[in-house]
Design a protein around this ligand. Structure first.
Ligand SMILES: *[C@@H]1O[C@H](CO)[C@@H](O)[C@H](O)[C@H]1NC(C)=O
Ligand SMILES: *[C@@H]1O[C@H](CO)[C@@H](O)[C@H](O)[C@H]1NC(C)=O
Ligand SMILES: *[C@@H]1O[C@H](CO)[C@@H](O)[C@H](O)[C@H]1NC(C)=O
Ligand SMILES: *[C@@H]1O[C@H](CO)[C@@H](O)[C@H](O)[C@H]1NC(C)=O
Ligand SMILES: *[C@@H]1O[C@H](CO)[C@@H](O)[C@H](O)[C@H]1NC(C)=O
Ligand SMILES: *[C@@H]1O[C@H](CO)[C@@H](O)[C@H](O)[C@H]1NC(C)=O
Length: 347
């Protein structure tokens, strides 16, 4: 009977859990129809919801945390909701719970946690961070690192907040164009909420929605009505895409394409249950994929990992807890300044 479940039926089930503090973000901009529809559903369900999302379209930024160098908007925000010259971080003139920031999705997560919340909502800590629903799917490990929706999500996970990335298959639409509940943006929000609601309902009051370091990636196929597609447990790898650089001889420029045959590298399975279907195939077949990820990107403790370290084993000196191997370190090493790749562009 799962196929007959309607989104309306899922929405009508009373929540058994208490209201959560939910932080909403996206990469399509704070005026996104998808984002605003999900916001409305979450609020209608009694949750305390704040949006802190980019002032402009910020797709494809991945986890890049880019802060504006100007204190003001240098041009008007998405859909002219806020004019040029307004502060780089502020609220929608029509709704003080909807914040924009002139930065990338991950930067919006950090600005929310380190500026908006402490200054304007002291004591309000998010129980859950959601990003999206995005216009377009975000499937597989390559897109994971490319998507601003995922970037906002793993930024929240890195700050110890359970977070869920939501991506749908509908086209961009300004929030003020979504005028009824059968609009594709409204359907995308309802399907997103159907999944989010289950996570919330299955969490005991006061408990974490997801374990520390965990996030969830949800992808939704094209929706035509209120019928909830089958929801499928999936994994990021498996029939996943990666890019090929396509050269245009006439223009002398490149664009991207999907590599064929599919690359083995992006589909290598070392973590989790390798028998689960890949999320790419699940959505291609009309299902909603639900994949779990962790931001512990270290390779698992398997022989391959030992092989990698074994190659440089004779370079490894004893760190803390190790053994001297060379006699080189006879006195404590002086503390060195560590320049990161990020310092290079900060200078
Ligand atoms: C605020 O709401 C009014 C009335 O609903 C609408 O006309 C106006 O465009 C909205 N302004 C913004 C910035 O969204
Ligand atoms: C920039 O924003 C500040 C508030 O953050 C405001 O006081 C100032 O007038 C703005 N500047 C311009 C040029 O609009
Ligand atoms: C939004 O509505 C306006 C006015 O009706 C229309 O011109 C525009 O094409 C619509 N845009 C989208 C993306 O639906
Ligand atoms: C809902 O809005 C969509 C898009 O604007 C439109 O095509 C459709 O006819 C509307 N449906 C109803 C029932 O009003
Ligand atoms: C909500 O969670 C409770 C406890 O985990 C469970 O018994 C109930 O079936 C859930 N309700 C829905 C609609 O999933
Ligand atoms: C250090 O070396 C000793 C003697 O070779 C060995 O017994 C011990 O396990 C080593 N400790 C570590 C942390 O590798």
């Amino acid at each position: 009977m799962r196929f007959a479940t309607t989104l309306a039926a899922v929405l009508s089930l009373a929540s058994t859990s208490s209201a959560l503090n939910i932080l909403l973000n996206n990469d399509d901009g704070f005026g996104s129809g998808n984002l605003r529809e999900l916001y409305k559903l979450l609020k209608a369900a009694g949750h305390d919801v704040l949006i802190v999302a980019p002032a402009t379209q910020q797709s494809g930024q991945g986890g890049r945390s880019d802060f504006s160098t100007y204190p003001n908007l240098t041009s008007s925000s998405q859909y002219d909701i806020v004019p040029a010259g307004a502060p780089a971080v502020g609220t929608d003139p029509n709704d003080s719970s909807i914040w924009y920031y002139n930065g990338t999705p991950a930067a919006c997560t950090f600005v929310a946690l380190d500026y908006v919340l402490p200054r304007y909502y002291p004591g309000w800590t998010p129980d859950l961070a959601l990003a999206g629903p995005n216009y377009g799917t975000n499937l597989g490990p390559f897109v994971y690192s490319l998507s601003g929706t995922l970037g906002a999500t793993y930024a929240a996970v890195s700050r110890s907040i359970p977070a869920i990335a939501l991506s749908a298959s509908n086209a961009a639409v300004p929030y003020f164009n979504v005028t009824n509940s059968s609009h594709p943006a409204a359907l995308a929000a309802k399907a997103s909420y159907a999944v989010v609601k289950q996570f919330i309902n299955a969490t005991a009051e006061g408990a974490r929605v997801l374990p520390l370091g965990y996030g969830v990636n949800v992808n939704i196929p094209e929706l035509f009505d209120d019928t909830l597609p089958p929801v499928v447990k999936s994994r990021l790898t498996g029939e996943a895409e990666t890019d090929v650089a396509v050269y245009d001889e006439e223009k002398g420029t490149f664009t991207w394409g999907n590599l064929r045959p599919l690359a083995a590298g992006v589909n290598a399975c070392y973590n989790g249950d390798c028998s689960l279907p890949g999320e790419t195939a699940v959505v291609a077949n009309g299902g909603i994929s639900v994949s779990a990820f962790t931001i512990d990107y270290d390779a698992p403790s398997i022989p391959y990992t030992e092989m990698v370290f074994a190659k440089v084993e004779n370079l490894f000196s004893s760190g803390e807890g190790g053994n001297e191997t060379s006699g080189y370190r006879t006195k404590p090493a002086p503390k060195k300044r560590m320049m990161t790749g990020r310092d290079v562009y900060r200078m």
